[in-house]
Ligand binder design. Structure first.
Ligand code: PMP
Length: 436
């Protein structure tokens, strides 16, 4: 297929690892959903910049000024990559988790939050100090939209609705948080439809694009989401940064996420001995402390490489790999692939499954020891979702990092294989052979 590109060069593609037999084999990194390898070109860009490293917004020297420019240009590159609207902010954070916690810290008073129980914990948990409605797992994209619409329509009027008629109508402010692609099933969520439903009911929406952005173009404008969050280390730029991008107003009105230098424009001593602070209004308000310029720079580099490679051919290539894995697993009777929306749902290269008669932890360990394949087993920081998919007891079973059941017992964990722009066909072919 001529529209399908070759894998993009990534670091680690020649790394060999020992097997139990004593042989060595090239490592098949099939855990992109946890952290993807760095793109070679991102690494090259970072290495070229490193000698010019300097402080950002904190120095008069040439290298400080250069680093400040590169940091601010990285913001513009990310805004273009996400197709942001005029006036949207791009804030550099540590990760998706950090981005969503930052947004949670800016919620207006009385904000209601609506989130599906199927979310990654980073999307599920930051809102617990607000009034949260957890929505049951839908079984189709259509049902997801209907469930959200019903919940938003049924929400009780805000106690201070008269005071806040400008935000969210009579029902007060509300926020919906939703994933673009599941980190467990890889299934795409109907983001545009959910955003339309949210807005029709006076709510806003934040998109957790941690798993979507590495696989698909994300247009804030087109999806009509209010914010989007993603992590550099899943977008082939593992240098410690993430992004929160979107509407400026809540961010500007809230107290800074972190207090410190860079966020404060003017600090003065009061006559009563205290201090008064005037905070910055823009992104700097939530970026206190010296920023991670290499993290931001590397994300911008990854955005450029992915845009240049073209998502159309990256998606075409990935869909081929998905077909290989799904077709291969479908031929193994002991394997059950986990899915919320069914076989025909559109998805990215993230596939979770269980193998009858096998303990998932031991299975994953065997893939590593016998085949040099790196996957993940567990509940993938999405405990309620994995328990729903496995049909296990919602209260008690399994925890992250806990030892698994004995061999042969029903597994409480699943195995996840995930891949992306750097994955050669041989890795997924080896994986299918190994499982079989
Ligand atoms: N959301 C989703 C859908 C994820 O897959 C992840 C990471 N597994 C996160 C959020 C959190 O990302 P990070 O660990 O980079 O903060």
């Amino acid at each position: 297929d001529r529209s399908v590109c070759a894998p993009l060069p990534v670091l680690g593609r020649d790394v060999t690892v020992p097997l139990v037999t004593g042989d060595e084999v090239t490592y098949a990194a099939l855990d992109y959903a946890a952290s993807a390898p760095a793109l070679q070109r991102v690494w090259d860009d970072v290495a070229a910049y490193a000698p010019y490293y300097g402080s950002v917004h904190r120095g008069a020297g040439y290298l400080s000024r250069l680093s400040t420019d590169l940091f601010e240009n990285a913001r513009k590159t990310v805004a273009e990559f996400l197709d942001c609207r005029d006036g949207d902010e791009v804030i550099f954070t540590r990760s998706t988790t950090d981005s969503l916690n930052l947004l949670a810290a800016t919620l207006p008073a009385d904000c209601r939050v609506f989130v599906f129980e199927t979310e990654h914990h980073a999307s599920l948990l930051p809102w617990r100090e607000a009034r949260v409605t957890y929505l049951d797992a839908p079984r189709s994209a259509r049902q997801a939209v209907q469930t959200l619409e019903r919940a938003l329509a049924d929400r009780a009027p805000s106690p201070s609705s008269q005071l806040r008629s400008s935000e969210g109508g009579p029902n007060g402010p509300a926020l919906v948080c939703v994933t673009g692609a599941s980190n467990v099933t890889g299934e795409l969520w109907p983001v545009r439809e959910l955003a339309a439903a949210a807005h029709a009911h006076g709510a806003r929406i934040v998109l957790d694009a941690a798993q979507l952005a590495p696989h698909h173009p994300v247009s804030v404008r087109d999806l009509d989401v209010d914010w989007v969050a993603f992590s550099g280390h899943k977008l082939y730029a593992p240098f410690g940064s993430g992004v929160l991008a979107g509407r400026a107003d809540w961010l500007r009105e809230a107290e800074p996420y972190l207090a410190g230098g860079g966020a404060s424009r003017r600090v003065t001593r009061r006559t009563d001995g205290g201090v008064d602070v005037e905070w910055h209004e823009t992104a700097a308000r939530h970026e206190a402390g010296s920023p991670n310029v290499i993290g931001a720079y590397s994300i911008a580099a990854a955005c450029r490489v992915l845009t240049e490679a073209g998502f159309a051919s990256l998606v075409a290539r990935e869909q081929n790999l998905i077909r290989k894995v799904r077709d291969g697993l479908a031929e193994i009777p002991e394997v059950t692939v986990l899915s919320l929306f069914g076989d025909d749902a559109p998805r990215v290269g993230v596939i979770s499954f269980v193998v009858e008669g096998w303990n998932s932890s031991r299975f994953a360990a065997a893939l590593s020891a016998e085949y040099g394949i790196g996957v993940r087993d567990g509940l993938f920081c999405a405990h309620p979702l994995v328990r729903t998919l496995l049909g296990s007891d919602p209260q008690t079973q399994g925890e992250c990092g806990a030892p698994e059941t004995a061999p042969g017992e029903q597994s409480l964990h699943a195995i996840r294989v995930s891949f992306g722009a750097g994955t050669p066909d041989e890795h997924v072919e080896r994986f299918v052979r190994a499982v079989g």
